[in-house]
Design a protein around this ligand. Structure first.
Ligand SMILES: [Zn+2]
Length: 82
């Protein structure tokens, strides 16, 4: 990540760290798990993403919608509790 926030936008405390996090993206009933770098607030847990990361999420969501990507590997079934 190129940028680093001086403080958390959410709680205003200067405790953000860059971490590799898992993010769940979903489109309709399809879900994709992606690993990205995010700036995470140690205090409130709020995550901040780079604009490129947001674009990446959008691309994955589009691929979920079209189900045409070779990048998407099924890893199990997501269940809903009735
Ligand atoms: Zn915070």
């Amino acid at each position: 990540m190129k940028t680093k926030l001086s403080k958390c936008v959410h709680c205003g405390i200067e405790k953000t760290k860059i971490k590799n996090v898992e993010k769940i993206l979903s489109f309709n009933n399809n879900t994709a798990l992606v690993k990205v770098d995010a700036e995470v607030c140690d205090h409130c847990g709020e995550r901040f993403y780079e604009p490129e990361t947001i674009h990446y999420f959008e691309r994955i969501k589009k691929e979920l919608k079209n189900k045409e990507s070779k990048q998407l590997i099924p890893v199990g079934i997501t269940f809903k509790v009735a």
